[in-house]
Design a binder for this molecule. Sequence first.
Ligand SMILES: [Cu+2]
Length: 147
Amino acid sequence: MVRVPSVAARPLTALAAGACLVSGAVAYPAVASGARAAHHPTVTVQASDFRFCAAGSTPCLPNADGTTTVKVGTRVVWTYADTACDAVVPCPGHDVVFSKGGGETKLVKADGAKIFSMLFRRPGRFNYFCSAHQSFGMTGTIVVTRH
Ligand SMILES: [Cu+2]
């Protein structure tokens, strides 16, 4: 079992109450590159057209509600794929901020770039949003189910 040092995990305490956060790739590269990471299935969620939705359905539909259902032990990767944001100069890009704390507050605006990555180790519903576009309805929920 990979254990995150308690000092490093402190900023993520609120989130850890619901989802045992093993790694935000940016914050814990040593953990993220561990051999165990290879055993976890990965699901990619894209930020596209000011919505979150499953990758590959570019752009997200206007009514996309951002709900993604995964099984325990899945790594979710959020990527930027938003030509609509690209076309709007003032658009600052997108981030992934969890309602209960945690996530990535650095806005990303580069096609194909990773915004955030997280391994979900416990079942539950985890609501998140883009801090720049929450009022546009750019919100999502990761629903983590048992095996
Ligand atoms: Cu956004």
